[in-house]
Write a protein that binds this ligand. Structure first.
Ligand code: ATP
Length: 272
């Protein structure tokens, strides 16, 4: 299968308002995408359509060969891993669980062990911990981990069900510099697992080697989409962020600078 996700002229309306308008987008095999846009631009709405939580108002969406409306959503969702801050709502359930139990629970897409866990599941969780260099956390209670360690464990957990798509919705929010780099390191290891990343961030320097393509979204419309070197330009990012910005590449990563030291007071007068 060459097309992992396809959006054809997709719009999503709520309360008479277009939240997403006329989205045409394709995620192809072996591509890993970052999605960038201001608050409220429609990134989460788009991810929720991919994961089958929202149904498009018009247009056609195909995910892993399944057309929405015809797909068996619970089955399809097993193929889609999701790590977002909304998972933290369930943190109280995790208090007494060990790192291994959390990772193994990814098999059931639930936070408890409600089904039988076989020896092969424990050894798979163990392999994930080793290959993501998280072995040092074995046996620890999840509640005692740092924020960065928790994020990495939740990524390992999401990989437990061998997803074909892994959605990471701002996984580095609130992390210090070192913890963020550790999460980005884990993200780069994901390439080994044959899954396709969809990475949402407000910080373009988090676009590391693994990310091949970028989708820019503004007010529910696509500004640009394609290979990262073509899309991450001063012009397109300025349009996306509604202010003049400059991009530079260092250590193979993009970094952004606000042009002319614009002050907040001036922002309203800037027309891009
Ligand atoms: N169920 C809903 N009903 C009505 N409006 C909604 C609904 N879901 C999202 N919206 C609106 O759609 C717009 C896009 O929201 P969305 O969460 O997709 O943005 P986002 O780009 O993910 O933002 P952020 O970066 O702040 O997370 C916002 O104006 C939001 O208020």
């Amino acid at each position: 299968m060459n097309n992992i996700v396809t959006f054809k002229d997709v719009s999503w309306k709520r309360s008479g308002q277009d939240i997403l308008s006329h989205i045409d987008w394709e995620l192809k095999k072996d591509e890993h995408w970052a999605i960038l846009g201001l608050n409220g631009s429609g990134k989460t709405s788009l991810l929720n359509i991919v994961a089958g939580y929202h149904f498009p108002s018009t247009g056609k969406v195909t995910v892993l060969g399944n057309e929405f409306g015809k797909a068996n959503l619970p089955e399809l969702r097993k193929d889609i891993g999701f790590v977002s801050s909304s998972l933290e709502r369930f943190t109280h359930i995790l208090e007494n669980q060990t790192v291994e139990e959390i990772v193994v629970s990814g098999k059931f897409a639930s936070f408890g062990l409600y089904d039988k866990v076989y020896e092969k599941d424990w050894s798979k969780a163990d392999n994930l911990l080793s290959s993501l260099r998280l072995d040092y956390l074995r046996g620890k209670k999840y509640i005692l981990l740092s924020q960065g360690e928790r994020k990495r464990i939740l990524i390992a957990r999401a990989l437990m069900s061998n997803p074909s798509i892994l959605i990471l919705d701002e996984p580095c929010t609130g992390l210090d510099l070192l913890s963020r780099e550790e999460v980005l390191h884990v993200m780069n290891e994901i390439a080994k697992y044959n899954c396709h990343l969809l990475y949402v961030t407000h910080h373009i320097e988090e676009i590391t080697d693994i990310i091949s393509h970028v989708l820019l979204i503004r007010d529910g419309k696509i500004v640009a989409s394609g290979p990262k070197q073509e899309v991450l330009t001063d012009e397109l990012l300025s349009e996306t962020y509604k202010m003049p910005v400059k991009i530079r590449w260092e250590e193979n990563r993009p970094w952004i600078t606000i042009k002319n030291n614009i002050r907040m007071a001036n922002l309203e007068n800037i027309n891009i």
